[in-house]
Design a protein around this ligand. Structure first.
Ligand code: PLP
Length: 400
């Protein structure tokens, strides 16, 4: 008997999670595995944040909270947007959720009618198209070339827009490419968006704080304030504050949208975890010096990995400007044969060869709608990264 709903017929499991779980299973079998497949910092959550959580528990702050999040936290988020991004939001334009993921889900649920289109510049994070499909929308993938540093141009956007377009998704710094949109690039996109009043823009800024080479970060609502009522800006503490497991993300946008998202949230999770909200309050209002420490550590690791992998003839990667992933073109390996006699025809074959035979876990680019690539996270200890590079070098040297 098939008891599953039609809407899940084409639902794909998260490839990132699948690779991580396979790596974990191999580890349990006793194999030496270096897992570079997951998108999370290897640092511990800073102590002032964990202390605030413990204090919240001890103070009995363990009950339901307002659906959109405690007012102190929404005030802190309001201040964050003002000081970091020069965007003025009121607390009624802000919602806190169970990770940025829930905010995205709420937003799509609140706005997409059947077959409404969502433009997703690719390579893109695995979950955007799956969320859109699940809700009955239609993800429109627009492939962005390496020559444009994997970023959407205004011409591409103009070309992709139809009367059914509801959202454009922008993710800067990008998972998986690490590309960062400049002020000029965002301005060019804004000019196009102005012509189509029905289109909303979802800016996923979750990697905002992880940006390298002293580059500036810009988000669309900041550089096109006239479009603010059509923009949902999403952010969170998972990546910047090493808080992936706490599950707190937030969004800011037009009041009516936020109100509807809050009603949806009220019927799904009631409110984000109360203790994690107090921890997030400490993260946003407490000392910020470790953000720089984390970024400096990631930048050093990025430079190391980029140098090592780019020196291999078969691989070709762009230098990521943000986030903590290296996006590597591996087409130079295709058609080669492994010592076990298997021909490597695509990025999935390459990813499995590296995991099964050499214990290096990474994610094939197909998962990010960019076949021919591999995504490696450099949010791991330097010794692990060094060992992974050595293993990859050996794996490639043994191919015929
Ligand atoms: N957006 C992007 C681009 C991500 O890479 C991730 C996590 O991998 C998320 C959103 C979700 O973040 P959160 O942990 O806040 O749900």
């Amino acid at each position: 008997m098939n008891y599953l709903a039609n809407r899940v017929a084409n639902l794909q499991p998260s490839a990132t999670k699948a690779m991580t779980e396979r790596a974990h299973a191999l580890k349990l079998e006793g194999k030496s595995i270096i897992s570079l497949s997951q998108g999370q910092p290897d640092f511990d959550t800073p102590p002032n944040i964990t202390k605030a959580a413990i204090e919240a528990v001890n103070a009995g702050k363990t009950r339901y909270t307002p659906t959109s999040g405690i007012i102190e936290l929404r005030e802190a988020i309001k201040n964050k947007f003002l000081s970091d991004n020069q965007i003025e939001y009121s607390t009624s334009e802000i919602i806190v959720g169970t990770g940025a993921k829930q905010i995205l889900f709420n937003a799509f649920l609140a706005t997409l009618n059947f077959a409404d289109e969502v433009i997703i510049p690719t390579p893109a994070w695995v979950s955007y198209p799956e969320m859109v499909k699940l809700i009955g929308g239609n993800p429109i993938e627009v492939y962005c070339d390496r020559q444009a540093n994997y970023k959407l141009t205004a011409q591409q956007l103009e070309h992709a827009i139809t009367p059914k377009t509801r959202w454009l998704v922008l993710n800067s710094p990008s998972n998986p490419t690490g590309s960062v949109y400049s002020k000029a690039e965002l301005s060019a996109l804004a000019e196009c968006i102005r012509k189509y009043p029905r289109i909303m823009v979802l800016c996923d800024d979750i990697y905002e704080k992880l940006i390298y080479d002293n580059q500036a970060f810009y988000t669309l609502a900041q550089i096109a304030p006239d479009l603010k009522d059509r923009i949902l800006t999403i952010n969170g503490v998972s990546k910047a504050y090493a808080m992936t497991g706490w599950r707190i993300g937030y969004g800011a946008g037009p009041k009516a949208l936020i109100k509807t998202m809050s009603i949806i949230q009220g019927h799904s999770t009631s409110n984000p975890n109360s203790i994690a909200q107090y921890a997030t309050l400490a993260a946003l209002t407490g000392p910020q010096h470790y953000l720089q420490q984390f970024t400096m550590a990631f930048e050093k690791r990025r430079n190391f990995m980029f140098g090592k992998l780019n020196s291999l003839d078969e691989l070709d990667c762009t230098l990521p400007q943000g986030a903590f992933y290296l996006f590597v073109n591996c087409e130079g390996i295709f058609q080669k044969t492994t010592p076990q006699g298997k021909k490597l025809n695509n990025d999935i074959d390459v990813a499995f060869y590296l995991l099964e035979e050499f214990g290096v876990g990474l994610v094939p680019g197909s998962a990010f709608m960019a076949p021919g690539h591999l995504r490696l996270s450099f949010a791991a200890a330097e010794s692990q990264l060094e060992a992974a590079c050595e293993r990859i070098k050996l794996a490639l040297a043994l191919l015929q």
